[in-house]
Write a protein that binds this ligand. Structure first.
Ligand SMILES: Cc1ncc(COP(=O)(O)O)c(C=O)c1O
Length: 385
């Protein structure tokens, strides 16, 4: 392996090791319950698949414009009007290969080399790696139950080191499933605007809330970058389609980056995604949201009853970040033994940051309640001994 390249700084995604081990066990005939991977277990909504089949039959699957299909950019602008009551010019909306592609565009356009980027710890592990790839310096900001595991303006002020602040915030959060209080998001957006800083708001789990709905950073002004995706709420992980909304001043720069790094987002997925906004699709997505909520209720109560610590009730996404220190001083060993002995796969905290990761496990409730019940029984047998 050549040394000294950008990839040297990229950390592995440990959940992929757990998945590989789980798959090896399955190959030997063992029953494995997958609570490790962050992807909805539901199939693509039927109107989306039908639209894809219709489009494919035409046989013309070519590049789109770098920013995406005009009709889809218009449709997403309509979505912001209807769901959030905000007007977004379609020219500020870029279709990307997943939210992951949106991070590439935003960071390439907004970061200068060595720029410190504030990230909540615990948080989504790929952020720090994206920041490194785009020559920035990830800076972990410890967050805990007292902040609902979210960044806020005071923390960003304390951690920006007197530099122009740059941060990625995410609500609902991966791995904690907590939703940011709207007043906290307002504070963040307004403080970053007043400091002429850069705030990237990852809203990929919007729509998957089990209480108060999430507000968008766009409800508090036009200065933040907003990332979203068809992967989670719309249940379209494999279609690799997301979007980025950029402040007006960045439209040209982001367009140039998009033209060069991926030319266009997947064309088939863009045509299919137009149907994701149909009333039939939304009705199905609402049924799924309610199913996730029932799973959240079930698993959260069961884990707390077993003795796991979950200090803030998760009210979004499909994750529970549970403290397992009542049973083990090393969540990595706990997760490995749980998988080997019971076939239940969960993700250890070391994937999500540096703040006491050995205490935590992430459970993804991406399985139906009867399967979750079976998982809880296996976990009970494991911890009771
Ligand atoms: C918080 C967060 N942001 C972004 C992503 C990337 O999603 P996508 O599949 O849209 O690239 C994920 C995926 O798990 C995520 O959890």
């Amino acid at each position: 392996m050549p040394q000294g390249c950008l990839a040297d700084g990229i950390q592995p995604f440990h959940v992929m090791d757990i998945l590989a081990r789980a798959q090896r066990l399955e190959a030997t005939g063992r029953s494995v319950i997958h609570l490790e991977i962050g992807e909805p277990d539901f199939p693509t909504p039927e109107p989306v698949t039908a639209a894809a089949v219709r489009f494919l039959a035409g046989g013309q699957v070519r590049y789109t414009a770098a920013a995406g299909l005009p009709a889809l950019r218009e449709r997403i602008a309509g979505f912001y009007r209807e769901c959030y009551g905000v007007r977004v010019e379609p020219r500020r909306i870029f279709l990307t290969p997943g939210a992951s592609g949106a991070f590439s565009l935003a960071l390439a356009a907004a970061l200068s080399p060595g720029r410190r980027v504030l990230l909540a710890d615990p948080g989504y592990p790929c952020y720090a790696n994206f920041v490194r790839l785009y020559s920035g310096e990830p800076h972990a900001v410890p967050v805990g139950p007292e902040q609902d595991f979210h960044l806020n303006a005071e923390l960003c002020r304390a951690h920006c080191g007197g530099q122009m602040p740059v941060a990625i915030s995410a609500s609902p959060s991966n791995p904690t499933g907590t939703v940011m209080n709207p007043a906290v998001l307002r504070g963040l957006v307004e403080w970053f605007a007043s400091e002429r800083g850069i705030l990237i708001s990852d809203e990929i789990y919007h729509g998957l809330e089990y209480g108060q709905r999430s507000v968008s950073a766009l409800e508090f002004g036009d200065s933040a970058f907003v990332v979203n995706s068809f992967s989670k709420y719309f249940g379209m992980t494999g279609w690799r389609l997301g979007w980025l909304i950029v402040p007006e001043a960045y439209v040209d720069a982001v367009e140039r980056v998009a033209q060069n790094i991926f030319i266009s987002a997947p064309t088939l997925s863009q045509h299919a995604a137009l149907a994701a906004f149909s009333s039939e699709s939304f009705a199905e997505l609402e049924r799924r949201r309610r199913a996730f909520e029932a799973r959240r209720d079930f698993l959260w109560e069961a884990l707390v009853r077993l003795g796991f610590g979950v200090p803030v009730q998760p009210s979004g996404a499909f994750y529970i970040y549970a403290d397992c220190s009542a049973f083990s001083g090393d969540s990595g060993e706990f997760a490995a033994a749980l998988l080997e002995q019971t076939g239940v796969a969960v993700t250890p905290g070391k994937d999500f940051g540096l703040q006491a990761p050995q205490r935590y496990l992430r459970f993804a409730y991406t399985a139906d309640i009867p399967i979750l019940r079976e998982a809880v029984e296996r976990i009970r047998d494991f911890v009771v001994g």
